[in-house]
Ligand binder design. Structure first.
Ligand code: GDP
Ligand code: MG
Length: 173
């Protein structure tokens, strides 16, 4: 019911990464199981919620999408506050966005330290770009980070990635 929904423990997952890597698309795929080719690019911080159940317990999942401000590499403290887990996304067709993963990790480590569950998402894997996907895989392996080859468009590995982070977050609660 409406009255007890708001007491559910909150799991807050952030999606970071350069502009246009497909962050909003990951969020929409997980929240509403769809893909919109040309959705609007809004400015500011946006989040969507979904109530989820894990082992008979209810949680309110919040997925925070940095809408536009990633251009300024100026993710605010509010965005990071009480984060449970973070996805760092790069576009598997853009080497620049892959190179920036390093900077995002540095940013995260400055803001929230290194105990927070992380996942690296190679996005748009429906487009063949094997070199960057392998670079990402090696990068993640060296840093002992979980790596997911995803496509929001054809729905690959998006649920698996979010559920991995949800479970890691619950373990730490
Ligand atoms: P954001 O700026 O990181 O939020 O990126 P968006 O989610 O807005 O996506 C940027 C562009 O990439 C849009 O044109 C999307 O349609 C496209 N895109 C996002 N995800 C995928 C995907 O899985 N496959 C393909 N082929 N294109 C995608
Ligand atoms: Mg976006």
């Amino acid at each position: 019911s409406l009255s007890d929904c708001c007491d559910y423990p909150i799991i807050k997952i952030l999606i970071l990464g350069d502009q246009a890597v497909g962050k909003t698309s990951l969020m929409l795929r997980f929240i509403s199981d769809n893909f919109i080719e040309n959705h609007l690019n809004t400015l500011g911080i946006d989040f969507k919620t979904k109530n989820i159940k894990h082992k008979e317990h209810d949680y309110q999942l919040q997925i925070w999408d940095s809408a536009g401000q990633e251009r300024f590499k100026n993710i605010t403290r509010t965005y990071y506050k009480k984060a449970s887990a973070i996805i760092i996304a790069f576009d598997s067709t853009s080497i620049k966005s892959f190179e920036d993963v390093q900077n995002w990790i540095q940013n995260i480590s400055n803001e929230v330290g290194n105990k927070i569950p992380l996942a690296i998402a190679a996005t748009k894997c429906d487009i063949e770009y094997p070199e960057n996907v392998i670079k990402g895989k090696n990068f993640a392996k060296e840093r002992k980070l979980k790596y997911f080859k995803t496509s929001s468009k054809i729905d690959r590995n998006v649920k698996e990635m979010f559920w991995y982070l949800i479970e890691e977050s619950i373990k730490l609660k």
